[in-house]
Ligand binder design. Structure first.
Ligand code: KG4
Ligand code: ZN
Length: 342
């Protein structure tokens, strides 16, 4: 079954063709990095206008790369929420028009939940399949959420952030440190190779680390970063020390809470996904934490290109859920909650 999926919930414009929910035939992402650099973040109005310009060429390119004509597509999928309203509308209305003209079924997709299905894409032979129950951490620019899955069709939300998302914390901290590019990769790069002296130059809190609730909070960390940063003038050494400690603080909390959820639910697999799952320190820490557990769950983290926003995992989700809706009934839902789709 060939699914053509479209994703435009934030500032990216993406399309993909995926066969049987697993084999990525093509995945095209029109990047917004230059916009980030120019405006220091996302300007919704600017993003939507850019997406309107990109959407048709992106869909055409993905079909060409997959060497698949529209007639060989069995179903369409599109992100309908959550996200920026102008951005969502671009993808949703384009796919509805395609559905009306071609008569193909459309599967509406929840962006946050879809992230975890990136773990199904392009399976490498020899790696273990996901076993259930599985704990899933979706950690992106807008979300930090934990779910428990009984199967790919059945899942339950366990908890999430009460304020900022982990990616947002990376992005805000990076801006403070003077980086113009996307926060997470900039912090990761600045932290690389830095070894803190004893005592360290900077020490930041690990919010909610020792509390039993499966909730996260990153806004206090942001305040602590600002307070510590303003104590002395910036130097290249301070930038590296801060980047290192920020990355350590955020990843410590993500790993500890996820391991707590895994133990509580006797998880047989751990699924990590979303843009922050691209972080190499986070990957290393999860592997290290699991190596200390007898009968540890298997660890699944998608390849880098499927961590950040793309349309391939939208297709993977659509294949697993396979719940088409008449195109007339699909509307963009910017505030779609993480508990709604389950
Ligand atoms: O999933 P995503 O592309 O978009 C959302 O759905 O939000 O995630 C984007 C987030 C950004 O906050 C970005 O800074 C973060 O993912 N990110 C990273 C890394 N690469 C992207 N955070 C930490 N380390 C990285 N290497
Ligand atoms: Zn995302």
């Amino acid at each position: 079954m060939n699914i053509l999926a479209v994703e435009s919930s934030c500032d990216e414009t993406a399309a993909a063709v995926v066969t049987d929910g697993r084999t990525v035939r093509s995945s095209v992402v029109a990047s917004s990095t230059t916009m980030h650099r120019k405006y220091g973040g996302i300007v919704p109005e600017v993003a939507a206008r850019e997406q309107l310009r990109c959407i048709i060429p992106t869909i055409r390119e993905t079909l060409q790369q997959a060497d698949t004509p529209l007639t060989a597509i069995d179903a369409l999928a599109v992100t309908y929420g959550p996200g920026l309203i102008g951005s969502l509308l671009v993808g949703v209305e384009t796919v509805k028009a395609l559905a009306m003209v071609t008569g193909k079924p459309v599967i509406p997709v929840h962006h946050v939940i879809a992230h975890m299905y990136a773990n199904l894409l392009d399976p490498v032979s020899g790696t273990p399949e996901v076993s259930f129950p599985a704990i899933s951490l979706v950690v992106s620019g807008g979300h930090t959420e934990l779910f428990v899955l009984e199967s790919w069709q059945s899942l339950r939300w366990l908890g999430g952030t009460v304020d900022d998302a982990a990616g947002e914390a990376f992005d805000k901290a990076a801006r403070l440190l003077g980086f113009a590019n996307l926060g997470g990769p900039a912090i990761q790069q600045a932290a690389a190779g830095y070894h803190p002296p004893q005592p360290p130059l900077v020490r930041l809190p690990r919010p909610m680390l020792d509390q039993p609730a499966l909730t996260f909070s990153f806004s206090g960390l942001k305040t602590a970063i600002v307070r510590e940063w303003q104590k002395q003038p910036p130097t290249p050494l301070r930038v590296s020390a801060f980047a290192h400690e920020i990355q350590e603080a955020i990843t410590d909390v993500l790993v500890r809470k996820t391991m707590l959820a895994a133990a509580r639910h006797q998880a047989r697999s751990l699924l990590i996904s979303g843009g922050v799952a691209a972080n190499s320190r986070l990957r290393t820490k999860f592997a290290a934490a699991l190596s200390e557990v007898a009968g540890a769950p298997s660890l699944h983290i998608p390849p880098l290109q499927y961590c950040t926003d793309n349309a391939a995992y939208i297709a993977a989700y659509a294949y697993q859920r396979n719940s088409p809706v008449p195109w007339q009934d699909i509307t963009a839902r910017p505030d779609l909650s993480v508990e709604r789709d389950i």
